[in-house]
Each structure stands twice: as C-alpha cells, then as structure tokens.
Ligand binder design. Structure first.
Ligand SMILES: [Zn+2]
Length: 261
C-alpha cells in the first residue's frame, strides 16, 4: 500500500549505517513511524528533510508483508529556524509533543491534531513573546478537541454570567459563579481573565490567541485587545487544566514524561 501525506517530524534516529527511523504526526494517518532506508545518504530523496519538527510532504509504502512503513520520498515544506536555537521554546514544544503521544491521536482526530501542532510550532517560531502557560493551554485544546471539554462559560447552577471570578470543579468540568459556589468537590477559583483565556484556547487556533504581550501599552496602541494574566492567574489556570487532565484523561507529568495513572 502506498500513500502520501503532510507530516511533522516528532523524533528520529539512525540505525545501521545509513538508515534513519522517523516518527511523525501526519495530517490524515495519525502518528506513524517509518524507515528511511539510505536516509543519511540520499540527498535526492530526502534533501534537507530529516530533521526535528520539519514539516514535510511525504510518500510512503508498506513493505515487509505489511510489517513496516518505508519512507520513499520527503519534500521540505517548512522548517523552524529560531526554535533550533531557543532551548526554552524547544522545551515547550517537546512537552506538547510528549503529551500528544501519551494521549494518542485517534483516526478521526488526526486532521485537527496536525493543525494544532503545526500552529503551535508556528507560534513558537514567530511570536515575539510566548505565554509561559503554552504547554498547559495546548493540553486543554487537544483534550477539548478529543471530546474532553470542560466548560468555562456560564454558571452551571444559575446560568448567569461570571462577573469577577468563578469556581471551577475538576470532576464535573464546570464552573459556578461566586454566588453559587458550594461543596461539589475539588474547586479551583478562576478570575474572569483566566476564564477568558481558557475559552479562547478552546475556540480558536494558537495563532489567534490574544493574550500574549510583553508590553500592555504597546499592545493597546496596536489596537488589539489582549488579556493579561498575573502569575497567580497562571498558577490557577495550570491547576485547573492539569486537574482536569489527570482526572478525566488519567495522565500526569512525572519525571520528564506523561504517565497514565
Ligand atoms: Zn450562579
């Protein structure tokens, strides 16, 4: 069987003298591993392609009686530059990738997962400043796309809007307004600005998130309305997301990787 697709290189390594294995997120076939036979030698078939986080156009063939995937050809579509020299941003992206690998990409979630990771990569490559919470926000968006959708909108009890702050209930994945907060289990208080950010993350691509800016005055002058999070807001957002991810998806970050609990 042969197919072509768009792919992002997630990891790769050498085996034998001139062969390379590549793990990729593809647009239509989810996460796959393939062998590029002669990959470290063939400039014609893989010119400048086989490098971490490159976006490629690939063609593959199943070989060995359907046992493995062989990368026949790769064409470079886009490759990050800045990211390669920015360890902090590279670390953020690696964290996003580890989470995606731990959660898995179902066949019907492949297209949206591919867009999300590619847009996150572009954001990390291009943005002047990147919100520190980015990896946590990525987790929220990927979980939401796969059907684990916490609600950060109206109060679940009275249906009213959240004015100043709301209580987020991890097990139910809902918020209540300040008047309706009661004993419903683990509750994390979220300010209105935090709720605004979390809703944006669920609704739009990372390239359209409007909450990163290193200079409020400058951002205002540019005419774009952006939300600013305080360090306390960031902690609350991270607690809410990670509490939700742990409870509903069973994944925790432990010694450098995500682990099922
Ligand atoms: Zn209420």
């Amino acid at each position: 069987m042969e197919w072509s697709d768009s792919a992002l290189v997630l990891s790769l390594g050498r085996f034998r003298e001139s062969d390379i294995w590549v793990r990729m997120l593809t647009r239509r076939h989810g996460i796959v591993s393939a062998f590029a036979f002669g990959g470290s030698r063939s400039r014609r078939r893989f010119a400048g392609c086989l490098d971490l986080f490159n976006e490629l156009r690939i063609s593959t063939r199943t070989t060995g009686n359907g046992l493995y995937l062989s990368l026949q050809e790769g064409m470079l579509v886009n490759g990050p530059r800045r990211l390669r020299n920015d360890w902090k941003r590279l670390g953020m992206l690696a964290n996003c990738v580890r989470f995606m690998e731990a959660l898995g990409v179902p066949p019907d979630g492949s297209v949206s997962a591919f867009s999300l990771l590619r847009d996150t990569l572009l954001l990390l490559e291009q943005a002047r400043r990147v919100e520190e919470l980015l990896p946590a926000l990525f987790r929220l968006r990927l979980a939401s796309e796969q059907g684990y959708v916490p609600s950060f909108g109206k109060c679940t009890v009275c249906g009213g809007p959240v004015v100043d702050w709301a209580g987020f209930f991890v097990t139910e994945g809902v918020v209540t307004c300040a008047n309706c907060v009661s004993n419903r289990g683990i509750m994390i208080p979220l300010r209105a600005a935090s709720l605004d950010v979390l809703r944006q993350v669920q609704e739009t691509s990372p390239l359209h998130w409007k909450f990163a800016g290193d200079n409020p005055a400058e951002e205002e002058a540019s005419g774009e309305k952006k939300v600013f999070l305080s360090p306390a807001d960031r902690r609350e957002c991270a607690r809410a997301i990670d509490g939700f991810v742990q409870y509903h998806l069973g994944l925790v970050w432990d010694r450098g990787k995500f682990r099922r609990i």
